[in-house]
Design a protein around this ligand. Structure first.
Ligand SMILES: *Cc1c(COP(=O)(O)O)cnc(C)c1O
Length: 432
């Protein structure tokens, strides 16, 4: 990042980082570089690019200027040393795990995760010999006990899905550092506006940019941000891809050549090159546009959600509301530390009438949309047990805190009276 932008506030960074205009044409808007590849100046330039002796664009699977502008913007917001944008949140996890793990390696992962991430680890990575131990991160001693010699990372979500448990970041970061294992935080629900995990000792951040970062529900995307805070070179046997010679670059050692940004460099120049889950320039353009309003939107999501959570909590038909901003939430104190600027728009609640009442509520809503997505600027609702977490067994759902009647609400940025009035009429109708 432009070092003179380092000390700006989050709103200024969101508007100015990543792109400040085209020096040649003066164009202020970010162009969509719709190109597969890039002309070399001469043969020396070409071979310098290929050997990483010079940075620059070769082929859009590896990098693209529109994508780079978005990556730089998001990296600036998180405060990392480099960001890799990917075609989806899942692709972000696939590329990151491929950079850190080989067959025989192991991960320690929160048991309250986005259902798709759990399936990816259990079904795909397990077949390639990377195994996972799922633990309850609300009890960090479980994480401590599960880490073994082969462990290559601990993965948590800043706010768990859909129970809204807040990760004890500092405790986890401290024990991960002691065991020489990176703490990987999926920051999708908070975004860097509400929480910057690197400030609390995390080493890597992952996003599904499909959600709040887009905010428009118009694309699928993901990102990995390297905090530059993990010393891969201190344990080369564990992370040979980063700290030992890379045969595909004639023996280059990423930690030697790129220092703190070794993981970022590895992800971009080697993992993305080989796995190929790159985003399109058009999607990166849309995401870069969305970054500009992210701080305003997150502020509004948080305010609206706090009002909606308070409304639901006092409603006689509601059994329980999970929202970290509520005093009744088990990790409310944790939220005060890690989510100082607001708790975002995600909550879950259950009705006294159970599954049937939940179903009926969803049917009666008029403004709020019934969809398997979150983080849209429009308010969305879903029943996890029959949709997003339906691939899990009932047993696994119970471990993840997903009751059969639980409803997940992603509060948007509409006028909050309209959201509440829609919930109110649907609760009344469902109660009849
Ligand atoms: C949606 C989501 C993902 C997966 O991202 P995709 O963009 O759908 O591939 C991962 N983590 C969290 C917390 C999510 O909400």
């Amino acid at each position: 990042m432009d070092t003179n932008k380092k000390n700006y506030g989050i709103m200024t960074k969101a508007l100015h980082c990543g792109w400040s205009g085209d020096p040649e044409t003066g164009a202020f808007g970010l162009p969509i570089y719709a190109t597969s590849a890039y002309k070399f100046r001469d043969t020396a330039h070409a071979s310098d690019l290929f050997s990483l002796n010079e940075s620059g664009h070769i082929y859009s699977r590896l990098s693209n200027p529109t994508v780079a502008a978005f990556e730089e913007g998001l990296n600036a917001l998180e405060g990392g040393v480099g960001c890799l944008a990917t075609a989806s949140g899942h692709a972000a996890f696939v590329h990151l795990i491929a950079a850190l793990c080989s067959s025989g390696d192991h991960l320690v992962v929160s048991d309250k995760l986005y259902g798709g991430t759990t399936t990816l680890l259990k079904d795909i990575f397990a077949r390639f010999g990377v195994t996972t131990t799922f633990v309850d991160i609300d009890h960090p001693c479980q994480v401590d006990q599960a880490i073994r010699e082969e462990t290559r990372g601990v993965i948590v979500e800043i706010i768990g899905n859909p129970t809204m448990n807040v990760a004890p970041l500092e405790t986890l970061a401290r024990l991960c550092a002691r065991k020489q294992v990176p703490l990987i935080v999926d920051n999708t629900f908070a975004t860097p506006v509400l929480c910057r995990p690197f400030e609390f000792g995390a080493h890597v951040v992952v996003h599904s940019t499909t959600k709040y970062i887009s905010g428009n529900g118009n694309l699928i995307g993901g990102a990995v941000i390297d905090g530059g805070t993990f010393d891969w070179a201190a344990c080369p046997e564990k992370y040979p891809g980063l700290a030992k010679p890379d045969a595909s670059y004639h023996g280059l050692v990423f930690t030697e050549k790129f220092g703190k940004a070794a993981l970022y460099a590895k992800l971009h120049t080697s993992i993305l090159r080989d796995l190929g889950g790159c985003p399109s320039a058009f999607d990166a353009y849309l995401l870069h546009l969305s970054l500009a309003t992210l701080p305003l939107r997150m502020q509004r999501h948080s305010e609206n959600a706090a009002t909606v959570a308070a409304f639901l909590e006092q409603h006689p038909a509601v059994d329980e509301v999970n929202y970290p901003g509520l005093e009744s939430h088990p990790q409310h104190d944790m939220a005060k530390i890690y989510l100082k600027e607001g708790c975002g728009g995600m909550m879950a609640f259950s009705l006294k009438g159970g599954l049937e009442a939940g179903r009926s509520l969803i049917e009666k809503l008029q403004l709020i949309s019934h969809m398997a997505n979150v983080g849209d600027s429009r308010t969305l609702i879903v029943h996890p047990a029959s949709t997003t977490h339906s691939q899990l067994t009932q047993e696994e759902r119970r471990a993840a805190g997903i009751g059969e009647g639980l409803i997940r609400l992603s509060v948007g940025i509409e006028n909050v009276e309209d959201i509440i009035s829609d919930l109110h009429q649907a609760l009344e109708a469902a109660n009849k």
